[in-house]
Ligand binder design. Structure first.
Ligand code: FAD
Ligand code: DHB
Length: 379
């Protein structure tokens, strides 16, 4: 088989790249190891930057997002039993963020794809960036796909990254993980709450007026089975407690998963005719909500470079924005989590930093402008 662009992975990066190329009349095939139902079910991110929404809208993939997405103009930082609003839009000249689940973006993009363009159950086993060619297994048999270039959009556990010869890896692990839950209960807040507590970080997000999305900092060795529903709600109530009597509504929990936290960048994001995009090239801890947004800006740049011939600048220009997001995600993570190894001095510094962020216009603006995201050229 032959195509112009072989895309490995039907996560948000691969699916959106396919859509952007289709709109420019460029032929592509998406090879995805899992089945469609699995890809559509995988619970992950939910916060979209304005730039991400703009890209989805411009390629005709935002009809449902425009109907169901929730626009947010601020967020709350909560610590010491008190909430402090960060007025995102006021601090950034009117920018806003949108809550719309990654699972829904994936469903929308799959539904728009022409018949046969995405091959589910096709696991790539070999990537040859020079020829270029990928070998994949489908229904137990090996096949090859020849192409002009390969887009490695196969996430952190994929095969593409290893095919980038001579790359340098930058990595940091954190001594905590997130337990993420989806609960059938109306959110107890209109805006997201990022909460620091001595027992650990907690995040109150949402999916719809009926569904809450909540996260708890847990030990990286914890399993979802260590966290029965009653324990989750009790811990969330303790961490979110305020001095003014705010209450957390609870309800049935539908999903539970533990995600390790890491920072990871591989440089360069290109080798010969192979180009990496999304989690295949970089991972951020989720506190800054940047993972999905970076994947979208990578493939937006890649689609433009494929169409306009700017491929030589791809890796270098992407890495500028990637490192900005890496720094912000690290900054938000260390600002809000409780490091089990921190001494009393480090804890006092952390509280002072939190107080500075919510009381200084300059510091609040730093958080806000990074959170809503920068334009794709790095400005
Ligand atoms: P992925 O979504 O990982 O997609 C890669 C695809 O490639 C997958 O479908 C995979 O099955 C496929 N694949 C892998 N290997 C092969 C192969 N050999 N052949 C064919 N196909 C292959 N970000 C946030 O902002 N907030 C969050 O709360 C958040 N939570 C997360 C929770 C988890 C468990 C994970 C893993 C990530 C989370 N992220 C979060 C990050 C965000 O979801 C990712 O940044 C985003 O999914 C990146 O998209 P992607 O398309 O690059 O990779
Ligand atoms: C969500 C996830 C995040 O990591 C974040 O920072 C904000 C929101 C979410 O899943 O809704």
């Amino acid at each position: 088989m032959r195509t112009q662009v072989a895309i490995i992975g039907a996560g948000p990066a691969g699916l959106l790249l396919s859509r952007l190329l289709e709109r420019r009349g460029i032929d592509a095939v998406v090879l995805e190891s899992r089945d469609r139902a699995y890809c559509e079910r995988r619970q992950r991110a939910g916060m979209l930057e304005q730039g991400t929404v703009d890209v989805l809208r411009a390629c005709g993939a935002a009809d449902r997002l425009d109907r169901e997405g929730l626009t947010h103009h601020g967020l709350e930082l909560r610590f010491g039993g008190r909430g402090h609003r960060i007025a995102l839009s006021e601090l950034t000249g009117g920018k806003a963020v949108t809550i719309y689940a990654q699972t829904e973006i994936v469903k929308d993009l799959i539904a728009l794809a022409p018949e046969g363009r995405i091959r589910f159950g096709a696991e790539v086993v070999e990537v040859d960036p020079v020829t270029p060619r990928v070998t994949y297994r489908e229904n137990g048999r090996l096949h090859t796909l020849d192409c002009d270039l390969i887009a490695g959009c196969d996430g952190f556990h994929g095969v593409s990254r290893a095919a980038v010869r001579g790359s340098t890896v930058f990595e940091r692990e954190y001594p905590y993980a997130w337990l993420g839950v989806l609960a059938d209960v109306p959110p107890s807040t209109e805006e997201l709450i990022y909460c620091h507590h001595e027992r650990g970080f907690a995040l109150h997000s949402l999916r719809s007026p009926q569904v809450s999305r909540l996260y708890l900092q847990v030990d990286p060795t914890d399993q979802p089975s260590d966290w029965p529903d009653e324990r989750i709600w009790a811990e969330l109530r303790t961490r979110f407690a305020t001095t003014d009597g705010w209450t957390l509504k609870d309800g049935p929990i539908r999903e539970k998963a533990v995600t390790p936290m890491r920072s990871f960048v591989t440089e360069p994001m290109r080798h010969e005719r192979l180009f990496l995009a999304g989690d295949a090239a970089h991972i951020v801890p989720p506190t800054g909500a940047k993972g999905l947004n970076l994947a979208v800006s990578d493939v937006t740049a890649l689609a433009g470079a494929i169409a306009d011939g700017g491929l030589d600048g791809y890796s270098q220009s992407r890495l500028r924005q990637v490192w900005r997001a890496e720094h912000f995600s690290y900054w938000m993570t260390t600002l809000l989590h409780t490091d089990p190894a921190a001494d009393a001095f480090a804890r006092r510094l952390q509280l002072s930093h939190l107080e500075y962020v919510v009381s200084s216009a300059a510091a609040s603006t730093t958080l806000a402008e990074n959170y809503v995201g920068f334009a794709y050229d790095g400005r």
